[in-house]
Design a protein around this ligand. Sequence first.
Ligand code: PEP
Ligand code: MN
Length: 336
Amino acid sequence: MIIIMKPNASGEAISKVTKLIESRGLQAHLSHGDEVTIVGVVGDKTKLGGINFEVTEGVDRVVSVTESYKLVNKKFHPEDSVIPVGNTTIGPKTFTVMAGPCAVENREMLLASAETVKKAGATFLRGGAYKPRTSPYSFQGLEEEGLKYMKEARDATGLNIISEVTSLRALETAVKYVDMLQIGARNMQNFELLKEVGRSGVPVLLKRGLAATVEEWLNAAEYIISEGNPNIVLCERGIRTYERSTRNTLDLSAVLTVKAKSHLPIIVDPSHATGVRAYIEPLSKAAAAVGADGIMVEVHPCPSCAMSDGPQSLTFEQFETMMQHLKPYVELAGRA
Ligand code: PEP
Ligand code: MN
């Protein structure tokens, strides 16, 4: 439920409302907008029995939130969130580019990738150290050694680093190195992992599950935020449909539905969505045009030698060219 305060409600009136809520053992979540303050209440509403907020001083009206996700709901927080990560922020005024190899394969390829993506204008280096591979016989990642190379790349370039965690064990190690954790599509509904990521407080990129609805995805984000971590960015990376001409089907309209339902930023990953190198640039432009807050793209010094996802990885040169071509689209979208 949300309590919408009158535009001229005093600080005292707002504080009285929050105290009333807290006196019944519930938490009040405040959202101060330009015009009005909204007080959100999560939990068992029956505990508020006997309190009539509609007649409490400074209250304009009370609206019940029917969706099962509350704290990530736009009704709780009508303004778009800006998420601080490392030395930057992700949100509605910027277009964040995260780029790098699918997996950290060795020190040299990672450092070379970092230099290149930094020079071309990316602010994040991606690189998997724990790889969720379809086959147990495929390369599983360098684990902590990979994270050490990621940290070295950050120290050398100033890029923020993001890497996926696939288990509680990986999480314990990764929090010592990364600026941002990634929860991959396969773990979007690993609720124990989501809760631990929530408790870690480290910013997190939450990818959409392979066959998840937007509602399921936002509920997954609610698991993280309800454990006290509001620093969540969503990532649309394609969903499994009957269409097999691309690896997945990029659901660009999800950018719009997420923005209508939630205040969290959302970026687009055209690499895993399509699996096709030639489609990355046009879909990155489309992501900017539709209002996404950024992209995540795979780049590799030698895509044909890559240990994973070579066919969808851009060469260094292709990435540099794409970043040039993307500029006017980002500007047209009113972002920097
Ligand atoms: C990845 O980004 O490395 C990855 C495995 O992506 P996804 O979880 O979207 O498949
Ligand atoms: Mn990949």
